[in-house]
Design a protein around this ligand. Structure first.
Ligand code: ZN
Length: 458
């Protein structure tokens, strides 16, 4: 198997630390908000990475942390006038609920940063003893100039970072790229006692401590979005190697950006969608298909047409499965012959090549075509077996027996079209009646300049 390793900027053969075992750490959410649709990409992709490693016979340990103390949480707590711990609790719960709705398997460990503060203080103490850290007025910084190869993951150079530093840069730091290990608490902020006074750990320290604690000195894969390469992952490497001179992880995997209709997602552009928003209109498998139909390292553009196409593609798979009467044939003992194994081999070859899920999905299409031609039920078994690796067609019993959701969304769209025609004819009374009747059923319409949106009120 080949994996693209950001550390060397090319694909290389994957060799686990321990044969047959794969240990992975993927940076998880900072729980100050509902996560946005871009954040769903690493969640879905690394879910598939884990499934595939298991499918080819490995025992996988996946750790996905929860950052429950951070400036963003503190700011949110000031805005909402709710204690930080309550903000963390609220959005941690929401995170798990949204992951479940997206049909993402739970990780093996979900460490919360606040449960490891003692270990974080220990790490900072070690860095201080080894002269990698210095304290100024209760803040502790990591001195990047002490690291010989600082920038080896991101390719950044210290001189360039110095030159690019902003004028208002923090005067306490010896070098503008020095990063915070421990932050002194301001009044009314959450705080823990430390040798440098009351405060809290920095984000980069949180992940290095939790990953090493749960996966050991050097583990196999560290993953996350491309935006985490610098400074977050660079700084994790710097701390890890400064303390024990060992690599933190052997392979660094990063997924590409998500754009919305060609633009970067941002609150100011008013194109910010949470995964929750999208799940109101499209099901988990349509969203999964959308992400997996593109290679994980490529940027991906989210727009209404593509997600509709994804939704249709998933529906087509389900139609094939239903027409094959899967619930009846599923227990038939069927053996794969050479032709089935050829498709299976195409699938694993695609996945072994740096998780080429786009190609793997095209194999699912090939299998569907082969089924339609031959009506050989073994193709349906294979379609579901390989689809499951990508996270499709799970809980088929439930899904095939409660298959009303697609029809209901089509019916709602139909009502919206009629209502729009009534509005054009200035028949406000009927148009309002449709809206009010749908509201009574928990379906809320919202008129926007681009058309009418709908959502299910929960
Ligand atoms: Zn992290």
């Amino acid at each position: 198997m080949k994996i693209y390793n950001t550390l060397i900027n090319k694909k290389e053969e994957f060799v686990p630390v321990e044969n047959g075992k794969v240990k992975m750490y993927v940076c998880g959410p900072t729980v100050y908000n509902y996560f946005h649709i871009g954040n769903a990409r690493p969640l879905i992709f690394f879910d598939v990475v884990k499934n595939f490693f298991e499918y080819i016979g490995n025992e996988v340990t996946l750790v996905r942390n929860v950052t429950d103390i951070d400036d963003k949480l503190i700011n949110r707590s000031l805005e909402e006038k709710i204690p930080v711990s309550e903000i963390a609790e609220k959005y941690t719960k929401a995170f798990f609920a949204d992951c479940k709705a997206l049909e993402i398997n739970p990780a093996d460990h979900h460490p919360r940063a606040t449960e490891y503060i003692g270990e974080m203080i220990e790490l900072i103490k070690q860095l201080e003893e080894k002269k990698y850290a210095y304290e100024v007025n209760g803040d502790v910084y990591f001195s990047v100039s002490k690291v010989e190869k600082y920038g080896k993951l991101s390719g950044k150079k210290l001189e360039d970072l110095q030159a690019g530093a902003r004028v208002e840069a923090n005067k306490q730091k010896k070098h503008p790229a020095d990063f915070t290990l421990w932050k002194r608490a301001k009044p009314n902020e959450p705080k823990w006692t430390s040798p440098w006074g009351d405060g809290r750990p920095g984000w980069h320290t949180e992940c290095v401590v939790m990953s090493r604690k749960l996966l050991g000195g050097t583990f196999d894969i560290h993953g996350g979005g491309i935006d985490l390469i610098f400074p977050h992952h660079e700084n994790e490497i710097a701390q890890a190697e400064a303390t024990n001179n060992k690599k933190l992880a052997n392979y660094w995997m990063h997924n590409g950006y998500l754009n919305i209709e060609g633009e970067k997602m941002s609150k100011s552009l008013n194109n910010f969608f949470t995964a929750r928003d999208i799940l109101k209109k499209y099901n988990a498998e349509a969203i999964r298909f959308f992400f997996l139909s593109k290679h994980y390292r490529s940027p991906i553009d989210f727009n209404e047409n593509i997600i509709k196409e994804s939704s249709q593609a998933v529906k087509n798979f389900y139609n094939t499965i239903k027409n094959a009467d899967y619930l009846t044939i599923r227990n038939n003992e069927l053996e794969y012959s050479e032709i089935h194994l050829k498709h299976k081999n195409n699938f694993t070859t695609a996945m072994n090549d740096d998780f080429n899920t786009a190609k793997a999905i095209s194999v699912l299409f090939d299998i569907t075509k082969a089924y339609n031609k031959t009506k050989d039920p073994a193709f349906i078994h294979l379609l579901i077996e390989l689809g499951n690796v990508l996270g499709f067609f799970l809980d088929l019993d439930v899904k095939l027996s409660n298959d009303l959701s697609d029809i209901s969304s089509e019916l709602i769209e139909l009502f919206i079209n009629y209502r729009n025609r009534l509005k054009k004819e200035k028949n406000w009374e009927m148009a309002d009646a449709i809206r009010n009747d749908l509201k009574k059923m928990g379906i809320v319409l919202k008129d926007t300049p681009e058309g009418t949106d709908w959502s299910i009120e929960k």
